[in-house]
Design a binder for this molecule. Sequence first.
Ligand SMILES: [Zn+2]
Length: 339
Amino acid sequence: MKGFATLPKVELHVHLDCSLSFEVVKRLLPGIDFATYKKQFTSGGKCTNLKAYIELAISAIKLMQTKESLILVTNDLVMQLVDDQVIYAEVRFAPLQHLEQGLSPEEVVATVCEELAKANQNHRIKANLIVCTLRHYSEEESMATVKLAEAFRNQGVVGFDLAADEAGYPIDAHRAAFAFAKENNIPCTAHAGEACGAESVRETLQVLRPQRIGHGVRSIEDKKVIQALLTQDVHLEICPSSNVVTSVVDTLKDHPVDQLYRQGVSLSINTDGRALVDVDLAHEYEQLMQIFGWEKAHFLQCNLEAIRHAFISELEKEGLREQLLAGYGGLTSDKKVRK
Ligand SMILES: [Zn+2]
């Protein structure tokens, strides 16, 4: 891994329900073999589109309907993050997808928050939670989700996200929830510019006004959208291999991450789904190094930008910066980092 395995990392975009390891699935479904796990819980490398990718998460979500299973899956992801030397993570999921066996939305969020809090005490990681509303949700469901973000803001929920099928549903049903988030100072991100083009990013910026965009890679199609990202200082949570899996790009060589970086857009490197995409950050960094010639300074810059746009206090950011810079052995990033 040429040193990337041991470097400290920050991950802002990782879905809990897209990251179940074989070990945790085996505990929840005793008797499952590796080939069946690969087929049901990973993408196998390529999906026809984002919708097909999202459907793959259904097997995992079915297994995550009790407190016990949510605890196991949360711990499983924490251990994957710790192994990948992630020092700060914002983990996300949609709580309303976990009510099939009688849990209340509050019980679902409380369970995951409590496990993340334990992880923060027991491991060299700080992990917070982002709750997601989904594109196909009604206005009521979206409002119910953002109110969970508000209710649990002192227990580890740091933000609100809009996820799921960008091409299949408009953003109209989510205007009220994002307005509520703004009024109540709940930081927001939203998936856009993944299954749809730059126009979707423009609309998301104008209507939902998030501080960050999940993916946003198709912003590259429109100079004005790039300019808007720069002017408004909106951060892109980029997940390169995930975009190959969902056929946003054919191969990593075709990915606009290097162009976006060179145009000065604030961005970070993320996995999206550690099981579905079948990647960790060490491996992702290695691929970017090989394809685009990125060096440690590039990754330091991406991680500093991730910290700058993390949904945490300035004091916490300062501590993470120190930890990160110590891990990079005094290296400076290839750009002047804004604070
Ligand atoms: Zn995502």
